[in-house]
Design a protein around this ligand. Structure first.
Ligand code: WT7
Length: 641
């Protein structure tokens, strides 16, 4: 593989950026020439942000798996596509070459076909980080089914909601998943999620932990049996190839659920061609990937980072992508560094929360680690604080590795604002400059775009890039309201941002009621709804507070009138409820019981005040004159945890 579109200098970046703005269609057509199409596009871009309707590479035909796999087979078939490191470092590792990946994906596509899955059907995937997860995702893409991966930290109830929203008919799961010292019973959680479900026809179960599972006759089938059968079928045909379905550029590739400030999580929809071009282009440019390098993204495929930067982007680029089943602190806090040395990792992409967590163990876990293979470091998911940035730079990169701070979102498919490793300068705590094709705008309170430098406001994007979301599944109006209505003709990100004197961007965090806990996005309304499900709870209000490791922690104020248990037991009951309704990832760090919440005369909770108190700011609470009962504020202040 060579990448003619790889930007090699700051001047090339400037030129590419200018062209992407002056002549976006020509710019993206040239890049798209480097992919495999069954039929080329009639028009590169058609769009309006009003409806919104966005079409990239209109009427082009392709299959993304031919780009991720088949086109590498001839020259690079024996090179590793995926290197898998198991949770337990003593267990055998697995290296999946492009040839092997092709075989497995074809087999799994055949399995899906054998079980009645057709183009456009929704397949929900709830698995641990095993190579079979990648086969499942790519198998769906090969036959044109729409995958929806759900992170292993979500509860049965969350899965049930997503299955219903997506009207999913198929599930792929594992008996269990290993994560550090834990063994999570995935199949059993799926069984709970399926109580009362009317749409799911088949559940395919891959054996990982060999924990006891119930297998319902007619519904539940074993991955291994199905794969063996598919293999014989394919071999009988004389070729292991399963012909890829011809897909339209704008056919949906996947749905990924993400939280917002209101209601239930929404299913962000990405379509095939734009997603493919965007994730590959950004992967090659931001990380400056060179053929043969080993690239390690520590995310989980249950989140967008894993979709775009473990599976699709790197594989389209013919890269070697590491997949790690475990957690950074097990069996000890040196795990990432052991993996780095074991596989001679060249590029490491992780989250600030992981860096801060590892930092808290000091430098002892770094003793006897070489780390000299590292060339580029990256961060994603939340703003990185200065201290963590320098720790990463000094102790991991030994001050020779550029660090890319990559800002993006589930909705953007790939990185929008970031320096390009070693090509454009880094600036600690700044994501720095927009990628070619990305036109950021900062808005003031009145909804006007702020021109010039040294300004801060709400971050919008004013022109489509190929990876922009197309809709929210089953509810286009919600997509329009959430992202395209706050500012007319702009995509609104939900983030606050400043632009410095040189035009560098620094993301300052969410401006809506969305929390970022350890890089996971959680809506405060969602957590409140879950807390309110507890029988003893009258009302609750949830806000974020600064947390040394997680970035943000969850602080819940709860009015309680149940009579069971002491305060600590009630707290545990509430945590259990949140775990059941959303999942362990949404459990509040602090629960303060209160007698009242600060409300306006119209009954609206004044979160601003609660947020300040949770942050420890007791004096300047801002305007409190509109409060119905100012007395509650004093009570809350005195009971702060
Ligand atoms: C939100 C998106 C991007 C994939 C993982 C999270 C925050 C993300 C950065 C960064 C500051 C960041 C934003 C964004 N965020 N990257 N480099 N610097 N903030 O995806 O769950 O969709 O969350 O994460 O607030 O809106 P997500």
């Amino acid at each position: 593989m060579s990448y003619p579109y790889q930007i090699k200098s700051a001047d090339e970046y400037k030129a590419a950026y200018k062209k992407s703005v002056d002549n976006p269609e020509e710019f993206w057509a040239e890049i798209a020439e480097n992919f495999l199409w069954r039929k080329k596009w009639d028009k590169v871009l058609e769009w309006n942000f009003k409806e919104p309707k966005i079409e990239w590479f209109k009427n082009a035909k392709l299959n993304i798996t031919e780009n991720c796999i088949d086109r590498h087979l001839k020259e690079h078939g024996d090179e590793p596509a995926i290197i898998w490191e198991p949770n337990n470092p003593e267990e055998r590792t697995r290296t999946v070459t492009y040839k092997r990946l092709h075989k497995r994906v074809c087999q799994f596509a055949q399995v899906l076909k054998n079980n009645g899955v057709k183009k456009g059907d929704r397949v929900c995937i709830y698995m641990g980080m095993v190579p079979e997860l990648a086969y499942a995702v790519l198998g769906c893409a090969r036959i044109g089914a729409i995958h929806s991966v759900i992170f292993g930290g979500f509860s049965a109830q969350s899965i049930a909601d997503r299955l219903e929203d997506a009207k999913a008919e198929y599930i792929v799961t594992c008996d269990g998943a290993y994560r550090g010292g834990k063994d999570i019973p995935l199949k059993s959680i799926i069984d709970d999620a399926l109580i009362g479900n009317k749409t799911v026809k088949k559940v395919i179960v891959y054996t990982r932990t060999r924990t006891a599972v119930s297998m319902l006759k007619g519904r539940d089938i074993w991955w291994e049996d199905e794969m063996d059968f598919a293999e014989t079928q394919l071999e009988k045909n004389g070729s292991i190839d399963f012909p890829a379905e011809e897909m339209d550029a704008e056919d949906p590739l996947f749905i990924l659920y993400t939280s917002g400030s209101t209601g239930k999580p929404k299913g962000v929809v990405h379509t095939i061609a734009g997603y493919m071009v965007w994730t590959t282009y950004t992967f090659v440019n931001v990380f400056q990937y060179q053929p043969g390098q080993v690239y390690f993204c520590t995310a989980d495929i249950g989140w967008i980072t894993g979709h775009s930067y473990i599976v699709y982007g790197p594989l389209c680029a013919g890269a070697t992508s590491m997949m790690f089943e475990g957690v950074p602190t097990w069996p000890d806090a040196g795990r990432f560094w052991d993996i780095t040395d074991k596989y001679k990792v060249n590029i490491l992409y992780t989250a600030p929360t992981a860096i801060r967590s590892l930092m808290s163990y000091g430098t002892a876990p770094l003793q006897n680690k070489d780390l000299s293979s590292l060339k580029v470091l990256g961060t994603v998911g939340e703003p990185i604080n200065e201290e963590a940035w320098h720790w990463y730079d000094e102790n991991i990169g030994k001050k020779k590795c550029p660090i890319v701070d990559t800002w993006w979102q589930t909705e953007t498919a790939g990185i929008l604002i970031s320096n390009l490793a070693g090509v454009t300068p880094a600036k600690p705590t700044f994501a720095t400059l927009p990628l070619p094709g990305v036109q950021p705008a900062l808005m003031d309170e009145k909804g006007n775009e702020l021109e010039g430098n040294n300004v801060s406001g709400n971050l919008c994007i004013k022109f489509p890039w190929p990876g922009i979301l197309r809709t929210t599944y089953g509810d286009h109006e919600r997509c329009k309201q959430t992202y395209f209505s706050s500012y007319e003709n702009y995509y609104f990100t939900g983030d606050g941002c400043l632009r410095d004197a040189e035009g560098n961007y620094r993301i300052t965090g969410r401006v809506d009621d969305v929390l970022n806990v350890s890089g996971h996005r959680i809506g405060t309304a969602e957590v409140e709804n879950a807390i309110n499900m507890h029988a003893g709870v009258v009302e609750s209000a949830v806000v974020g507070f600064p947390h040394d490791i997680k970035g943000q922690g969850i602080y819940a104020y709860v009015i309680f009138n149940g009579k069971h248990g002491d305060e600590e037991q009630r707290r545990q009951d509430i945590l259990q409820t949140v775990s059941r309704i959303i999942g362990p990832i949404a459990k509040p760090d602090k629960i303060q019981f209160v007698n009242g919440l600060p409300k306006t005369r119209s009954g609206k909770i004044m979160r601003r005040i609660l947020r300040k108190i949770a942050e420890g700011e007791m004096q300047n609470l801002g305007d409190t004159t509109t409060l119905l009962d100012p007395g509650v504020v004093e009570e809350i202040k005195s009971g702060k945890l």
